[in-house]
Design a protein around this ligand. Structure first.
Ligand SMILES: Cc1ncc(C[n+]2csc(CCOP(=O)(O)OP(=O)(O)O)c2C)c(N)n1
Ligand SMILES: [Mg+2]
Length: 780
C-alpha cells in the first residue's frame, strides 16, 4: 500500500505528465499540418481531440499501472500520445515527431512494422485492434498450458479503445468466442467520450454495454466522475447535480462543454436551480471553475483511473473499464460535434502553450515550462515508472521443418492430401508437430482437419469430455479437449479466425515462442474476414491459411459457395503468398516451404487454395516440378522448339487442360502445357523484376523465364477455376496474345460436366479458345 502523501505525489506527477502528453500530441499534429511545408497541398491530418480525450487514461496507465508483461493496443487516433510517451522516455526522437505522417516518420496510427518505437499491436481499422487482444490472451494461455511460457511471465492484453469501436460487430463476435474459451488477463479500456466521427453517440446505449459484457463474463468497471465532481456531489445540492449529469443527453452535454461556463450556469440554473442548495453550489464557482467541474469526468481523474486499474488487477477475469471522458478535453475544441478531425489554429495553440507555461521556441522541449527541480523530479518519476520497463518483442528460436512426405495414392484431392499430411506430421511428432496449432471456424471436419484433431485434441483450459465417445456412439471424430490440445475450435464467425491467426501468428515476438498456426476456412468465406486478414498481414503475423473447397468445382453447392475472386484478393494482399496446387506432391512441397517461409525474417503468411476434386496424380520423370512449384509454375508439358502456343492452367482444372493438350498436340506444333501454382508469386516476381530494372538490377522473373521457353509470337490460353484476370496478365509479360478462360459470373448448382461446359472451362472450351488465339488478328 502506498501512503496518502505518496499517492498524492504520484497523482500530481501523472497530472503533469498528462499535460505533457496533451501538449506534445497537439503540437506534433499542429507541426505536421501547419508548420512543416506542404509540397502537395494534401491535408496531413491528425486527431488532437481524440488524443486529449485519452491522455489521462494513458498517462495513468503507462506511468503507474502497467505490468512488465502487459501488452497494449492503442486506439488508432491516440497514436501521437504513444509517441509522446516514448519521447518523454527518450525512446522516440524529435525528428520522428517532426516527420509525423511523413515518409519514415511517426506513423498516423500505431504500427508494429512501420514505427520505430515498440508497438505491441497495430491499430487503424477500428475494432480489430481491440479484439486481437482477447485472442492474444488466449494464445498466452495456450503457451502457458503447453509449457512454453511461465505463469510468472504472463501479462495483461490491454486495448485502449474509442467508444465508437463498440459499434463494430467484430467486438461482439469476439466477446462470444472469448466467453466460450474462458479468456482472462484481458482489459478493454473505453475512452467513453460519447462522440464518434460524425456526431455524438446514442443515449439509448447507456448501460447496455454493461449488460452485454457482464453477460459474457466480463467485469465492468465504470469510472464516471472525477474527484472534483465527487466532492461537489457531497455538497448541499450535489445530489441534484449528480442526477442532472446522469440524465443529461450526450449531445446536450457535448454542446454545453463546447459553450463553456456561462452556458453551463444558465442551463443548470434553468433545470435544477430551484432545488435546494444548487443555487449556492453554482454561486461558489466562477464560470471557469464551473466548466472545470462539469467536465471533471472519471477518465480525466488520475485518482479514479488508478483505483479502476487496481480493481481490474485484483482478478484475472476480463475487465471492461468504461472511463467517461470529454473529447478534446482541455482544448478549445472540447465537446464540439465536429471535433474529430478538427485542429486548433495558431492562436489557439499559442494560448494552450502559454497556459502550460511553455515559452515560444520551447515547444519541442520535453520538460518545457517546468522549473529545473520539477523537471528533474518528473524525469526521475518517468524513469522509475512502468513506462520505462515496457515489454519488448522477445527473441525466439526457429522450429526445424523436416521433409514432408507425399501422401500415397494414384488419385487424390489436394484437400484430402492436406489432411493426410497433417496427420503424418502429428504421428511423427517432434518440434514441428508440437508447434503447429490449428484453428477453424466450425469447418474443422469438412476441411479435413479431423484426423489431426483426433491425434492432437482440442485445446481447452478446462477439460472437455467426448460424450459421444463415452457413450460408444460410433463417430470417426474425437471431440475432447484439455490443456495439451492443439486445435482451437472457433464458432462460425470467420472474422474471428483471422484475428485468432493474427494473435497466434505474433506469438514469437510477443511471447518468445514461435507457433505455426494453420487455419482452415471455405474459400468463399475468406471474404467475410477480409479486413481482419489484411490486419493480420499488416502487422506481419505469420500463419498458414488453408482455404478449401474452392471454385465452381464445388459444383452442387451452388453460386453462394463457389468462390470466384479469392485468387485476386490474394494477389492484392501484401504479406500473403497464395498457391493453388493441383497435385499432392506439389502440396507436400508447398507445405514444407510454407513452414519455413512463416519463420523467415523476410517471409510472410501463406494461403493454400485447395479442392475436393480427386485428380489422377502425375508420373514425374524428374524433379524439375519441385522448384517450379515453389516458384509459381513449371512446364508440365515442355513446349517444343518453335512452339506456336501453350495452355496455361491452374489447380483443379489440370485434367481439362491435359485433355485439351492431348487433343491439340498433333495440330498445334510444339504445344506446351504450363502448370501454374502461384499467380501471386509470378506477378509479384514480374513486377519486382521490372522495378529492379529501373534501378539497375535485372534478373529475369520466373514468369519471364517460364514464358521465355516460347517464341515471342506464341499464343496463350489461360485457365483456372476463378476469375480469369488471375492469369490473363501473363500475356503482357512478353506481349503475347492471350485468350483467358475462367469464371466471371456467379455460378449455380450442377455437376462438374455441366458446369465446366456452361462456364467454358472444359477441354472443348480450351480447344475453341486455342483456335481464337491462333487465328485471331496477329499482334503488330
Ligand atoms: C473500420 C473503420 N471504419 C471507419 C474508420 C474511420 N474512423 C476513424 S475514427 C472513427 C470514429 C472513432 O470514434 P471513437 O472510436 O469513439 O474514437 P474517439 O471519439 O476517441 O476519437 C471513424 C469512423 C476507421 N478508422 N476504421
Ligand atoms: Mg468516441
Amino acid at each position: 500500500m502506498i501512503d496518502t502523501a505518496t499517492a498524492a505525489d504520484t497523482i500530481a506527477m501523472i497530472e503533469k505528465l498528462d499535460d505533457r502528453l496533451r501538449w506534445l500530441s497537439a503540437w506534433t499534429i499542429h507541426h505536421a499540418n501547419h508548420l512543416r511545408p506542404s509540397r502537395d497541398g494534401i491535408k496531413v491530418g491528425g486527431h488532437q481531440a481524440s488524443c486529449a480525450s485519452m491522455s489521462t487514461i494513458m498517462a495513468s496507465l503507462y506511468f503507474a499501472a502497467l505490468g512488465p508483461n502487459d501488452r497494449v493496443a492503442v486506439k488508432p487516433h491516440a497514436g501521437p500520445l504513444l509517441h509522446a510517451i516514448h519521447y518523454l522516455l527518450g525512446s522516440q526522437s524529435r525528428e520522428q515527431l517532426m516527420a509525423f505522417r511523413g515518409l519514415k516518420g511517426a506513423q498516423s496510427y500505431p504500427s508494429r512494422t512501420k514505427d520505430v518505437i515498440p508497438v505491441d499491436f497495430s491499430t487503424g481499422s477500428v475494432g480489430l485492434g481491440v479484439a486481437v487482444t482477447a485472442f492474444a490472451s488466449l494464445v498466452q494461455d495456450y503457451l502457458v498450458a503447453h509449457g512454453a511460457l511461465a505463469a510468472a511471465d504472463t501479462g495483461r492484453m490491454i486495448a485502449l479503445m474509442g467508444d465508437a469501436e463498440l459499434d463494430e460487430g467484430n467486438i461482439y463476435e469476439c466477446l462470444i468466442e472469448g466467453y466460450k474459451h474462458d479468456i482472462r488477463n484481458c482489459w478493454w479500456i473505453v475512452d467513453y467520450n460519447r462522440q464518434s466521427l460524425d456526431h455524438t453517440t446514442a443515449d439509448r446505449m447507456f448501460r447496455r454495454f454493461d449488460d452485454i459484457f457482464e453477460t459474457c463474463g466480463w467485469r465492468v468497471i465504470t469510472v464516471k466522475h472525477g474527484r472534483r465532481q465527487k466532492a461537489a456531489f457531497a455538497e448541499p445540492g450535489g445530489a441534484a447535480l449528480e442526477a442532472w449529469i446522469d440524465n443529461c443527453p450526450n449531445v446536450d452535454f457535448a454542446a454545453l462543454t463546447y459553450q463553456g461556463g456561462t452556458a453551463w450556469r444558465a442551463r443548470l440554473a434553468a433545470d435544477i436551480g430551484s432545488k435546494r442548495g444548487v443555487a449556492a453550489l453554482l454561486a461558489r464557482r466562477d464560470d471557469a471553475e464551473l466548466a472545470r467541474l462539469m467536465t471533471d469526468l472519471g477518465g480525466h481523474c488520475v485518482a479514479s483511473l488508478l483505483a479502476a486499474y487496481a480493481e481490474a488487477a485484483s482478478s484475472d477475469r476480463p475487465a471492461l473499464i468504461i472511463a467517461y471522458t470529454v473529447k478534446g478535453k482541455g482544448l478549445p475544441l472540447a465537446g464540439h460535434k465536429d471535433n474529430h478531425a478538427g485542429q486548433m489554429n495558431a492562436p489557439q495553440m499559442a494560448a494552450l502553450r502559454a497556459a502550460l507555461g511553455i515559452a515560444e521556441g520551447d515547444e519541442w522541449e520535453p520538460w518545457a515550462g517546468l522549473g529545473d527541480n520539477q523537471a528533474r523530479a518528473l524525469q526521475a518519476f518517468v524513469a522509475a515508472s512502468p513506462a520505462a520497463q515496457l515489454a519488448r518483442d522477445k527473441p525466439y528460436s526457429a522450429v526445424p521443418v523436416p521433409a514432408i512426405a507425399v501422401p500415397e495414392g494414384e488419385e487424390q484431392s489436394t484437400q484430402a492430401a492436406f489432411g493426410r499430411i497433417l496427420l503424418e506430421i502429428a504421428k511423427a511428432g517432434g518440434p514441428l508437430a508440437d508447434r503447429i496449432v490449428t484453428t477453424s471456424p466450425d469447418v474443422t471436419v469438412s476441411t479435413n482437419l479431423g484426423a489431426w484433431v483426433n491425434a492432437r485434441g482440442l485445446f481447452r483450459r478446462s477439460a472437455l469430455a467426448d460424450v459421444f465417445r463415452a457413450a460408444k456412439i460410433p463417430s470417426p471424430q474425437k471431440w475432447s479437449g484439455d490443456l495439451a490440445g492443439q486445435h482451437i475450435e472457433l464458432g462460425i464467425a470467420e472474422n474471428n479466425l483471422f484475428l485468432m491467426l493474427a494473435a497466434a501468428g505474433l506469438a514469437a515476438p510477443l511471447f518468445g515462442t514461435r507457433l505455426l498456426p494453420v487455419g482452415t476456412v471455405y474459400d468463399p468465406f475468406i471474404a467475410r474476414g477480409l479486413d481482419a486478414l489484411n490486419y493480420a498481414c499488416y502487422q506481419d503475423a505469420r500463419f498458414l491459411l488453408v482455404a478449401t473447397p474452392s471454385g465452381l468445382t464445388l459444383a452442387p453447392e451452388g453460386g453462394a459457395h463457389q468462390s470466384i475472386n479469392p485468387p485476386l484478393i490474394a494477389m492484392g494482399q501484401p504479406g500473403l503468398t497464395m498457391f493453388e496446387p493441383a497435385y499432392a506432391d506439389e502440396l507436400a512441397a508447398l507445405m514444407h516451404w510454407s513452414f519455413g517461409h512463416m519463420q523467415a525474417t523476410d517471409g510472410g503468411s501463406v494461403y493454400l487454395r485447395l479442392t475436393t476434386r480427386t485428380l489422377v496424380q502425375p508420373m514425374r520423370s524428374n524433379d524439375a516440378w519441385r522448384s517450379g512449384t515453389i516458384a509459381g509454375g513449371y512446364w508440365l508439358k515442355a513446349p517444343g522448339a518453335g512452339a506456336e502456343a501453350a495452355i496455361v492452367a491452374m489447380g483443379a482444372l489440370l485434367p481439362e487442360a491435359l485433355a485439351a493438350w492431348e487433343a491439340l498436340t498433333d495440330d498445334v506444333p510444339g504445344l506446351g502445357l504450363l502448370a501454374i501454382t502461384s499467380p501471386d508469386l509470378l506477378h509479384r516476381g514480374w513486377s519486382a523484376a521490372s522495378a529492379a530494372r529501373w534501378t539497375g538490377g535485372g534478373a529475369a522473373s520466373h514468369a519471364e523465364t517460364l514464358l521465355g521457353a516460347l517464341p515471342a509470337g506464341a499464343r496463350l490460353v489461360t485457365l483456372l477455376d476463378g476469375s480469369p484476370a488471375t492469369l490473363s496478365w501473363l500475356g503482357g509479360v512478353r506481349g503475347q496474345r492471350v485468350v483467358p478462360l475462367g469464371v466471371d459470373r456467379f455460378g449455380q448448382t450442377g455437376d462438374l460436366l455441366d458446369l465446366y461446359s456452361e462456364y467454358r472451362l472444359d477441354s472443348d472450351a480450351i480447344i475453341a479458345a486455342m483456335a481464337d488465339a491462333l487465328t485471331g488478328r496477329p499482334l503488330p
